[in-house]
Write a protein that binds this ligand. Sequence first.
Ligand code: HPA
Length: 271
Amino acid sequence: MTQNQIDESVDYLNKRGFENPEIGIVLGTGLGQLIDSIENPIEAHYNHIPHFPLATVEFHTGKLIYGTIEGKSAVVMQGRFHLYEGYDFLDITYPIRVMHQLGIKKLFVSNAAGAINLEFKKGDIMLIEDHINLQGGSPLAFKNVGEFGDRFVDMSEPYDLQMRQKIEQIATKEHISLKKGVYASVVGPQLETKAEYRMLKIMGADAVGMSTVPEVIVANQLRLPIVAVSVLTDECDPDNLQPVKVQEILKIAGETEPKMIRLFKELIKEL
Ligand code: HPA
């Protein structure tokens, strides 16, 4: 990855009308309805943006959408890149660097995740307060990382406290029950064994998923304030583990997304 490549990606997007977005939003698996709230949308397919990771066949819908949400300009990633698709840490975090260079001031991240904390139920939304990186690598472990910011990035408060407080207030006002907790990221794509769920619980994880952490690490290097939520799609009870189907995960994500959209839109309004 070079600065030149990022410049060329941004150039392409600028020419298509992606101008000074204030907010960047990453939509997780099964979470795509927010795009219906974008006014005057302009789209750029990942495959057309110079230097973007080449999308796989099943990923042909991946695109960046620029427009207005609640009166603020935003750029939205519909679909993200995952390690389990064969991309590397630099690939999956490249769009974050591009959105940063486009000018975003805040980053909103969402994902679908399994509930490790069994007080949480499927269909709940969890505000991510902290994370555990179990993906076996870092998006900052490359030779010229110093050209893009610090190498030894501080992670004492990776999720912006102010936005967390705001979104909690919004949840109360909107009567949305918002859980809070620690998100653990694994590579996947296989789901976890009972023994792994027990381990995750002992480690202090409240939810588990296959994304988000690399993007959050890079956003911290770029000093972008982040707010991130998990849509809990299944309950990971090692003593009573039910087989999960991806179709079911997608269904619950879709059913739960309207709550997430309300939280995000109100937060955008208040920024
Ligand atoms: N693990 C378990 N359940 C899940 C996951 C995961 O990574 N993602 C969504 N539900």
